[in-house]
Design a protein around this ligand. Structure first.
Ligand code: PMP
Length: 341
């Protein structure tokens, strides 16, 4: 398996909507911080951040493991479960299959698009561990509460990757925290716009957290990231929520436009929309010519006609996105389209 390759574009991109990065909740003034406790010289202590995250979710601190992004949380979870049979849905976040491969876990994949998650098929694989991403990347589909309960009843352990939870109408968090065998992965890369800090975390039962904490690096998250992420949680929750609300409004408008343009958008609960009925090379290349980066999925089965479009969460950028998509898609289909921007 070759390494993970971030998207590359032929020309300069000044509106990159290919990588699901959110709008940063930290402002320049927040960066003028007191570096108490010497986070540069000393090995990092994640406990102040874990306390803030525990307070955010109303759980004890020992139910939180701070990780180097959601990526590290998934990797360590799979490492801790390396001898077991794992089932995940497909298409989904590609690092799940990559990490499963790296740790030598046996992964079965069951197709899931925009309907109910296929629990029967997942159970039929005989796996002990299930990984489900909700809202899913790249489809934007979510699982229902009753399905999460059912998964928890049918499998030994459930990894619920909720990286995009802040953008969904229904919040599975309270239920996930109640179910003793659900491990929930979260990140500050999306709704908080802090992808460069590499901060994520998992929340699970205390003994499960202790087990997973035994895998991976002891100091995966840098001291500066702990300080900045803590500041973001202390000061940026309101900004993250308002950004998520803007994204949700844009998402509904974009889905309407893309439907009108015949691009086959899937209903989404994330900060992106997947279109399933386009010529990906043409759309991505022509958007890139206008400086807008979109995501295609070369070599990913089932995604041959798909492009993922992230919402900018900003009025001017959204209007620009609408103009570019309208030009490219209506042009390709010789259509006249009403102005929705
Ligand atoms: N889970 C999902 C579903 C994702 O899409 C991503 C980011 N692409 C991650 C986890 C990991 O994000 P990060 O490591 O930046 O927290």
């Amino acid at each position: 398996m070759s390494g993970y390759e971030p998207p590359v574009f032929a020309g300069p991109i000044d509106l990159d909507l290919s990588r699901n990065e959110g709008r940063a909740v930290l402002e320049a003034s927040d960066l003028d911080i007191e570096l108490g406790g010497d986070p540069i010289r000393r090995y990092p202590d994640t406990s102040p951040l874990a306390r803030l995250l525990a307070a955010r979710h109303g759980v004890d601190e020992d139910r939180i493991l701070v990780t180097a992004g959601g990526d590290d949380a998934i990797f360590r979870f799979l490492l801790a479960n390396r001898g077991t049979e794992v089932v995940a849905t497909v298409p989904t976040f590609e690092m799940i299959a990559r990490y499963a491969d790296q740790v030598g876990a046996h992964l079965s994949e069951v197709a899931w698009w925009d309907d109910r998650v296929p629990i029967g098929e997942m159970v039929a694989t005989g796996a002990e561990v299930v990984v489900v991403v909700s809202p899913n990347n790249p489809t934007g589909s979510t699982i229902e509460e009753t399905d999460l309960v059912e998964l928890a009843a049918r499998f030994g352990l459930v990894l619920l990757d909720a990286a995009y939870a802040e953008f969904a109408d229904a919040d599975l968090t309270p239920l996930a925290l109640e179910l003793g065998n659900v491990v929930m992965v979260r990140t500050l890369s999306k709704a908080f716009g802090l992808a460069g800090l590499r901060v994520g975390y998992l929340v699970a039962a205390q003994d499960v957290v202790a087990e997973i904490a035994g895998f991976g690096s002891p100091y995966a998250v840098s001291g500066l990231s702990v300080v900045l992420a803590s500041r973001a949680l202390e000061t940026g929750l309101g900004r993250a929520e308002s950004y998520a609300r803007t994204v949700v409004e844009e998402r509904e408008r974009l889905i309407e436009l893309l439907t009108e343009l015949g691009a086959g958008p899937l209903p989404s609960q994330a900060n992106f929309v997947l279109v399933t009925d386009v010529d990906p090379a043409d759309l991505v290349e022509r958007a890139a010519t206008a400086g807008v980066g979109l995501r295609r999925f070369p070599g990913r089965s089932g995604l041959e006609s798909s492009v993922r479009i992230s919402l900018p969460g900003n009025g001017d950028d959204f209007d620009r996105l609408v103009r570019v998509l309208t030009d490219v898609l209506a042009g390709a289909r010789n259509m006249e389209v009403a102005d929705v921007s």
